[in-house]
Structure formats: structure tokens, C-alpha cells
Write a protein that binds this ligand. Structure first.
Ligand code: MLT
Length: 251
């Protein structure tokens, strides 16, 4: 298994011309898109439709009138949407479909559309993602670090590197090794998120509690799988063994 990483938005923009048919992509946007998505799925959301633009979100809403519109631009809620991108907002939608657009996270997800499998990763569900990768044994894993605006995001590389550590083997590219080094530089994920540009920006807006929420490692034993542009929950190993822990709709 080859472990690789796309560490910034410029690399992600080139994925549309890459052959990902044998690759499992794990998309990280820890502050906050994929953390909010995993939180929503862990609280029973039925499905999440990540789209790249605000216009696409409103068009999706026309097709899915019951859907919740969520997302952000520059970290703030979008006019006319139901919620922003705080993970705390996404505990309230059991059984609902969510349409989401964010600055980097949803773009990174859709850039992986042609992949063998696309998993939604966060610090919140690292063990469940690692178990899925071990069980599915793809020949190549690409850790897609969504970044912030046009830049590398420390928090996404931390999560990717921690996943490299959890996977424990495989042939790591230089980018995967760099992500691993970042994760080992900060043994405490909250320390990494507090050091990150996005973490500092959120704290400056009084959103430190969201940063702390996103830093909790493997608290949700689920992962999200995106198929044809729609993300749905799958239960992790221990959740399957203890159905009482299952979120709604996780198959
Ligand atoms: C992103 O997509 O860049 C992040 O989700 C931004 C945010 O949530 O503030």
C-alpha cells in the first residue's frame, strides 16, 4: 500500500487530471468542514451533498427542498443558509439531508470524484478511517489535506500524519512522511490546532470551543463515504459490534 498526500490546494486542483481509479482518497478539512460533516453523520444525518459554489447549493436546494443549507465563506455563515460551519450546529439534524459548501473542504471532496473510494476524515474519526483502509486494502491511499484558502493547513497535515501513524506500514511518499513528521511534532492534537492559522483565527472570533471539539481523537466510530457526490455514514468496527452505538442510517 502506497501512502501519499496532497498537502495544499494547488495539488488538489490537479487531481481532476489524475487517474484515481485505484486510489482511496481520505479528505481532511479539520477546521472545520470534515469535522462538521462527521459530527452531523455521528448524530444521524441521512446524507451530505458537498458542492463547490453557493449557486450550486441553492440549485441543490431546489431539487431537495427539505435539505438543510450549511456552509461558510471566510469562516462566516452564508446569507440565506440555514446554518454556518460550526460543528456544534450539525448535531441537530438526525434523519436530514444537508447541502454544504465551504471554502476548501467541499472543493477538496469533489476533486476526488473519480477515486476508487472517497472517505471523509477528521481527527474525530481517525480510528474508524484507519480500520476501513485496512479492511479495504487499496493499493494507494491519498491523504487530501484541504488547506486554508490557497495555503497549506497545519491541522489537516496533522490529521493525515496521524493516520499514516495508525496505518503503521505501507510505502510512504515524501509528502506522507512530511505529514507524519507534523503529527509527531505535536503529540497533543489540540496543541497543533491551536498553533494552526485556522485555529488561531477561530479562537480570535471566540470559537475556541469549536477548535477543542475538532481536536478530540477518534470519539466517533464512523466514517463518511462519498459516492456520486453524496456522503453517507458507515459504522466503524466497534460500532458494528455494539449496535447501540450506531448512529442512524449507518449501514
Ligand atoms: C474550509 O472549508 O476551508 C473550512 O471549513 C473553513 C471553515 O469552516 O471556517
Amino acid at each position: 500500500m502506497i501512502l501519499d498526500a496532497a498537502l495544499n490546494p494547488a495539488e488538489i486542483a490537479r487531481l481532476s487530471s489524475a487517474d484515481l481509479t485505484e486510489t482511496t482518497c481520505v479528505v481532511f478539512d479539520v477546521l472545520r468542514a470534515t469535522s462538521s460533516m462527521i459530527t452531523a453523520l455521528a448524530h444521524g444525518a441521512e446524507a451530505i451533498h458537498p458542492v463547490c459554489t453557493i449557486e450550486e447549493a441553492f440549485l441543490a436546494k431546489e431539487r431537495l427542498p427539505e435539505a438543510v443549507l450549511g456552509g461558510e465563506r471566510h469562516g462566516d455563515p452564508i446569507a440565506g443558509f440555514d446554518v454556518g460551519n460550526s460543528p456544534f450546529e450539525y448535531r441537530a439534524f438526525p434523519g436530514r439531508t444537508i447541502v454544504s459548501t465551504t471554502t476548501n473542504g467541499t472543493i477538496a471532496l469533489r476533486a476526488c470524484d473519480g477515486a476508487r473510494e472517497v472517505l471523509v476524515g477528521a481527527i474525530l474519526n481517525l480510528q474508524a478511517v484507519a480500520e476501513r483502509i485496512r479492511a479495504s486494502a487499496p493499493s494507494r491511499v491519498l491523504l487530501v489535506c484541504a488547506g486554508t484558502f490557497d495555503s497549506f493547513a497545519l491541522e489537516d497535515a496533522w490529521a493525515a500524519g496521524r493516520l499514516v501513524d495508525l496505518l503503521g506500514g505501507g510505502e510512504g511518499t515524501d509528502a506522507a512522511r512530511a505529514a507524519l513528521a507534523v503529527s509527531r511534532l505535536y503529540p497533543d492534537p489540540l496543541e497543533a490546532l491551536r498553533a494552526a492559522r485556522n485555529g488561531r483565527a477561530l479562537a480570535a472570533k471566540g470559537r475556541e470551543a469549536e477548535v477543542a471539539w475538532c481536536a478530540r481523537e477518534s470519539v466517533f466510530d464512523i466514517y463518511g463515504v462519498m459516492k456520486e457526490g453524496v456522503i453517507r455514514a458507515r459504522a466503524g468496527l466497534s460500532a458494528r459490534e455494539n449496535p447501540a452505538n450506531l448512529p442512524f442510517h449507518a449501514g
